[in-house]
Design a protein around this ligand. Sequence first.
Ligand code: GLU
Length: 215
Amino acid sequence: MCGIIGYYSDNSTNAGNIIIEGLKKMEYRGYDSWGFAIKTGKEIVVKKNVGSISEVKEGSNTKCKQAIGHTRWATHGKVTKQNAHPHSSCNNNICVVHNGIIENYHDLKKNLEEKNYVFKSQTDTEVIPLLIDYYYKNSKNFTESIKKASEDLKGSYAFIAMCSDFDGLVGIKKGAPLLIGHGKGEYFITSDVVAFVEYTKDVTYLDDNEMVIIG
Ligand code: GLU
Protein backbone atom coordinates (compact mmCIF):
# COMPACT_ATOMS: atom_id res chain seq x y z
CA MET A 1 0.00 0.00 0.00
CA CYS A 2 1.19 3.48 -0.71
CA GLY A 3 -0.23 6.90 -1.46
CA ILE A 4 -0.30 8.40 -4.93
CA ILE A 5 -1.45 11.84 -5.98
CA GLY A 6 -1.70 13.84 -9.17
CA TYR A 7 -2.61 17.52 -9.42
CA TYR A 8 -3.58 19.48 -12.52
CA SER A 9 -4.56 23.14 -12.64
CA ASP A 10 -5.79 25.29 -15.51
CA ASN A 11 -3.35 27.97 -14.35
CA SER A 12 0.22 27.89 -13.11
CA THR A 13 0.40 27.45 -9.36
CA ASN A 14 2.64 25.88 -6.72
CA ALA A 15 1.65 22.36 -7.79
CA GLY A 16 4.74 20.85 -6.08
CA ASN A 17 3.72 22.19 -2.67
CA ILE A 18 0.08 21.10 -3.10
CA ILE A 19 1.38 17.60 -3.86
CA ILE A 20 3.56 17.53 -0.73
CA GLU A 21 0.66 18.67 1.48
CA GLY A 22 -1.57 15.95 -0.05
CA LEU A 23 1.09 13.29 0.50
CA LYS A 24 1.46 14.27 4.15
CA LYS A 25 -2.26 13.60 4.64
CA MET A 26 -1.87 10.13 3.10
CA GLU A 27 1.29 9.23 5.00
CA TYR A 28 -0.49 6.42 6.84
CA ARG A 29 -0.46 4.59 3.45
CA GLY A 30 3.33 4.46 3.18
CA TYR A 31 6.23 6.11 4.88
CA ASP A 32 9.59 4.61 3.88
CA SER A 33 10.31 7.06 1.07
CA TRP A 34 8.70 9.84 -0.93
CA GLY A 35 8.99 11.57 -4.25
CA PHE A 36 7.32 13.90 -6.70
CA ALA A 37 7.66 15.23 -10.24
CA ILE A 38 6.66 18.64 -11.52
CA LYS A 39 6.29 19.62 -15.14
CA THR A 40 7.15 23.07 -16.42
CA GLY A 41 6.74 23.47 -20.17
CA LYS A 42 8.03 20.19 -21.54
CA GLU A 43 10.52 19.60 -18.75
CA ILE A 44 9.79 17.05 -16.02
CA VAL A 45 11.82 17.48 -12.81
CA VAL A 46 11.87 14.63 -10.29
CA LYS A 47 12.78 14.92 -6.62
CA LYS A 48 12.76 11.89 -4.30
CA ASN A 49 14.41 10.47 -1.22
CA VAL A 50 14.15 7.92 1.57
CA GLY A 51 12.53 8.95 4.85
CA SER A 52 9.24 10.32 6.00
CA ILE A 53 7.27 12.86 3.97
CA SER A 54 6.52 14.68 7.24
CA GLU A 55 10.14 15.79 7.32
CA VAL A 56 9.88 17.45 3.89
CA LYS A 57 9.48 21.20 4.43
CA GLU A 58 8.32 22.16 0.94
CA GLY A 59 7.90 20.68 -2.53
CA SER A 60 8.90 23.27 -5.06
CA ASN A 61 8.19 26.95 -5.46
CA THR A 62 8.41 26.62 -9.24
CA LYS A 63 5.06 27.65 -10.68
CA CYS A 64 3.58 24.92 -12.83
CA LYS A 65 0.25 23.39 -13.81
CA GLN A 66 0.84 19.75 -12.99
CA ALA A 67 2.63 17.41 -10.62
CA ILE A 68 2.50 13.83 -9.35
CA GLY A 69 3.69 12.42 -6.03
CA HIS A 70 4.12 9.23 -3.98
CA THR A 71 4.72 7.93 -0.48
CA ARG A 72 6.17 4.43 -0.69
CA TRP A 73 5.70 1.26 1.28
CA ALA A 74 8.27 -0.94 -0.45
CA THR A 75 7.14 -4.32 -1.77
CA HIS A 76 9.79 -4.95 -4.46
CA GLY A 77 13.27 -3.51 -4.02
CA LYS A 78 14.89 -2.12 -0.91
CA VAL A 79 14.18 1.27 0.61
CA THR A 80 16.61 3.36 -1.45
CA LYS A 81 16.44 6.70 -3.25
CA GLN A 82 16.72 4.90 -6.59
CA ASN A 83 13.71 2.70 -5.77
CA ALA A 84 11.54 5.61 -4.57
CA HIS A 85 8.86 6.79 -6.98
CA PRO A 86 8.29 8.49 -9.42
CA HIS A 87 9.92 6.17 -11.96
CA SER A 88 10.78 7.49 -15.41
CA SER A 89 11.39 6.22 -18.92
CA CYS A 90 15.04 6.11 -20.06
CA ASN A 91 14.85 9.57 -21.69
CA ASN A 92 12.84 10.96 -18.73
CA ASN A 93 9.89 12.02 -20.89
CA ILE A 94 7.39 9.66 -19.20
CA CYS A 95 6.99 9.58 -15.43
CA VAL A 96 4.84 7.31 -13.23
CA VAL A 97 3.75 6.89 -9.58
CA HIS A 98 2.26 3.50 -8.71
CA ASN A 99 0.37 1.86 -5.87
CA GLY A 100 0.24 -1.95 -5.87
CA ILE A 101 2.18 -4.91 -7.22
CA ILE A 102 2.95 -5.91 -10.81
CA GLU A 103 3.03 -9.70 -10.51
CA ASN A 104 4.48 -10.39 -13.97
CA TYR A 105 7.19 -7.72 -13.78
CA HIS A 106 9.97 -10.30 -14.17
CA ASP A 107 8.73 -11.39 -17.60
CA LEU A 108 7.96 -7.83 -18.69
CA LYS A 109 11.41 -6.67 -17.54
CA LYS A 110 13.12 -9.49 -19.45
CA ASN A 111 11.21 -8.62 -22.63
CA LEU A 112 12.09 -4.93 -22.31
CA GLU A 113 15.76 -5.68 -21.60
CA GLU A 114 15.82 -7.75 -24.78
CA LYS A 115 14.67 -4.56 -26.54
CA ASN A 116 17.66 -2.73 -24.97
CA TYR A 117 15.76 -0.98 -22.19
CA VAL A 118 17.99 -0.31 -19.16
CA PHE A 119 16.48 -0.49 -15.67
CA LYS A 120 17.70 1.82 -12.90
CA SER A 121 15.78 0.37 -9.93
CA GLN A 122 14.87 -2.99 -8.39
CA THR A 123 11.14 -2.20 -8.28
CA ASP A 124 8.28 -3.91 -10.08
CA THR A 125 6.97 -0.41 -10.87
CA GLU A 126 9.71 0.56 -13.32
CA VAL A 127 8.30 -1.74 -16.01
CA ILE A 128 5.30 0.63 -16.26
CA PRO A 129 7.01 3.78 -17.63
CA LEU A 130 9.31 1.70 -19.83
CA LEU A 131 6.39 -0.27 -21.26
CA ILE A 132 4.43 2.93 -21.93
CA ASP A 133 7.55 4.35 -23.61
CA TYR A 134 7.81 1.23 -25.79
CA TYR A 135 4.27 1.68 -27.11
CA TYR A 136 4.58 5.47 -27.27
CA LYS A 137 7.64 5.29 -29.54
CA ASN A 138 5.49 3.59 -32.18
CA SER A 139 2.16 5.34 -31.76
CA LYS A 140 3.08 8.82 -30.37
CA ASN A 141 -0.28 8.54 -28.63
CA PHE A 142 0.20 8.79 -24.85
CA THR A 143 -3.25 7.66 -23.68
CA GLU A 144 -3.34 4.76 -26.16
CA SER A 145 0.13 3.67 -24.97
CA ILE A 146 -1.05 3.62 -21.36
CA LYS A 147 -4.05 1.54 -22.35
CA LYS A 148 -1.83 -0.94 -24.20
CA ALA A 149 0.72 -1.10 -21.37
CA SER A 150 -2.01 -1.74 -18.78
CA GLU A 151 -3.28 -4.66 -20.86
CA ASP A 152 0.15 -6.30 -20.35
CA LEU A 153 0.15 -5.81 -16.56
CA LYS A 154 -0.92 -8.57 -14.17
CA GLY A 155 -1.55 -7.79 -10.52
CA SER A 156 -3.14 -4.93 -8.66
CA TYR A 157 -2.37 -1.35 -9.43
CA ALA A 158 -3.37 2.23 -9.57
CA PHE A 159 -0.97 4.55 -11.32
CA ILE A 160 -0.75 8.11 -12.57
CA ALA A 161 1.42 9.02 -15.53
CA MET A 162 2.58 12.19 -17.20
CA CYS A 163 4.52 12.83 -20.37
CA SER A 164 6.62 15.80 -21.50
CA ASP A 165 4.64 15.95 -24.79
CA PHE A 166 1.17 15.73 -23.20
CA ASP A 167 -0.57 18.55 -21.34
CA GLY A 168 -2.36 16.59 -18.64
CA LEU A 169 -2.37 13.58 -16.34
CA VAL A 170 -3.61 10.05 -16.95
CA GLY A 171 -4.67 7.66 -14.18
CA ILE A 172 -5.79 4.04 -14.40
CA LYS A 173 -6.67 1.41 -11.82
CA LYS A 174 -7.27 -2.29 -11.21
CA GLY A 175 -7.64 -3.63 -7.68
CA ALA A 176 -6.31 -0.51 -5.93
CA PRO A 177 -8.19 2.70 -5.14
CA LEU A 178 -8.12 5.77 -7.37
CA LEU A 179 -10.44 8.75 -7.18
CA ILE A 180 -10.79 12.16 -8.70
CA GLY A 181 -11.43 15.45 -6.92
CA HIS A 182 -13.05 18.14 -9.07
CA GLY A 183 -12.13 21.61 -7.83
CA LYS A 184 -12.53 25.05 -9.39
CA GLY A 185 -10.17 24.92 -12.36
CA GLU A 186 -8.10 22.29 -10.58
CA TYR A 187 -8.26 18.51 -10.36
CA PHE A 188 -6.82 15.83 -8.08
CA ILE A 189 -6.26 12.11 -8.72
CA THR A 190 -5.45 10.26 -5.50
CA SER A 191 -5.58 7.05 -3.47
CA ASP A 192 -7.61 8.69 -0.71
CA VAL A 193 -10.05 11.59 -0.45
CA VAL A 194 -8.18 12.97 2.60
CA ALA A 195 -5.52 14.32 0.23
CA PHE A 196 -7.81 16.99 -1.23
CA VAL A 197 -10.89 17.25 0.99
CA GLU A 198 -10.05 20.85 1.95
CA TYR A 199 -10.16 21.87 -1.75
CA THR A 200 -13.31 20.09 -2.93
CA LYS A 201 -15.98 17.63 -1.86
CA ASP A 202 -16.90 16.77 -5.46
CA VAL A 203 -15.49 13.26 -5.92
CA THR A 204 -15.60 10.53 -8.59
CA TYR A 205 -14.52 6.99 -7.68
CA LEU A 206 -13.00 5.05 -10.58
CA ASP A 207 -13.99 1.44 -11.23
CA ASP A 208 -11.46 -1.24 -12.13
CA ASN A 209 -10.09 -0.88 -15.67
CA GLU A 210 -11.31 2.70 -15.91
CA MET A 211 -8.96 5.41 -17.04
CA VAL A 212 -9.11 9.12 -16.30
CA ILE A 213 -7.56 11.78 -18.52
CA ILE A 214 -7.24 15.27 -17.06
CA GLY A 215 -6.00 18.19 -19.08
N1 GLU B 1 5.40 -2.20 -5.66
C1 GLU B 1 5.80 -0.82 -5.61
C2 GLU B 1 7.13 -0.65 -4.91
O1 GLU B 1 7.58 -1.49 -4.22
C3 GLU B 1 4.74 0.05 -4.94
C4 GLU B 1 4.58 -0.28 -3.49
C5 GLU B 1 3.34 0.23 -2.83
O2 GLU B 1 2.25 0.19 -3.38
O3 GLU B 1 3.49 0.64 -1.66
O4 GLU B 1 7.76 0.34 -5.09
